[in-house]
Design a protein around this ligand. Structure first.
Ligand code: GAR
Length: 191
């Protein structure tokens, strides 16, 4: 039976598209059963709908900072689709240990840095400011510590003279679109 994959996004969803395309083309032996956003305006929601994937919005703003109440709604919505694996793909909410525990070993994330360097935000600017020679992206299993957990794959991207956070982010994103499907493919094969 094909593994069922739910993808959580907050924005444009370009990584989500690369995952859905790889599953729908048969490259990954899995099925995208849900794309969920915490933000109703996320451009990725329309893209997922166009690809025939079910979509849901669980708007964190409705919970007035009550993370646990938000995560109960998130979990209840996700479980309706009975996924085996969750992929965070530009999902910009910090999840609590309680939520993560429910999906232990089954939740992946992509992060735009060479972890363990630069967890959190502004990864590209921080790599440039540190005069690093390379940046990149990482796919890892999500654990309770932010942007931590066992690494599945990484891709390096050289930092070029004159790079800005934007030019570097654009080149890293191209690698993200290859890395995440490759990591999910290997994860599903071993599942
Ligand atoms: C991607 O660069 C992803 O690595 C990053 O957000 C972007 C989402 O783009 N994720 C994080 O920073 C998570 N800590 P997308 O919506 O086009 O996939």
């Amino acid at each position: 039976m094909k593994k069922r994959v739910a993808i959580l996004i907050s924005g444009g969803g370009s990584n989500m598209v690369s995952l859905v395309d790889a599953m729908q083309s048969g490259k990954i032996d899995a099925k995208p059963v849900l794309v969920l956003s915490n933000n109703a305006d996320a451009g990725g929601i329309a893209k997922a709908r166009d690809k025939g994937v079910a979509t849901e919005v669980v708007d964190h703003r409705l919970y007035n900072g009550d993370r646990v109440a938000f995560e109960i709604a998130l979990h209840n919505t996700i479980t309706k689709y009975n996924p085996d694996i969750l992929c965070l793909a530009g999902f910009m909410r910090v999840l609590t240990a309680g939520f993560i525990k429910k999906w232990e070993g089954k939740m992946l994330n992509i992060h735009p840095s060479l972890l363990p360097k630069y967890t959190g935000l502004h990864t590209h600017q921080r790599a440039i400011d540190a005069s690093d020679s390379k940046a990149g992206c990482s796919v890892h299993i999500v654990t309770a510590k932010l942007d931590d957990g066992p690494l599945l794959r990484q891709a390096e991207v050289p930092i070029l003279t004159g790079d800005t956070a934007e030019t570097l982010a654009a080149r890293v994103l191209i690698e993200e679109h290859k890395l995440y499907p490759a990591a999910l493919e290997a994860f599903v094969d071993k599942y």
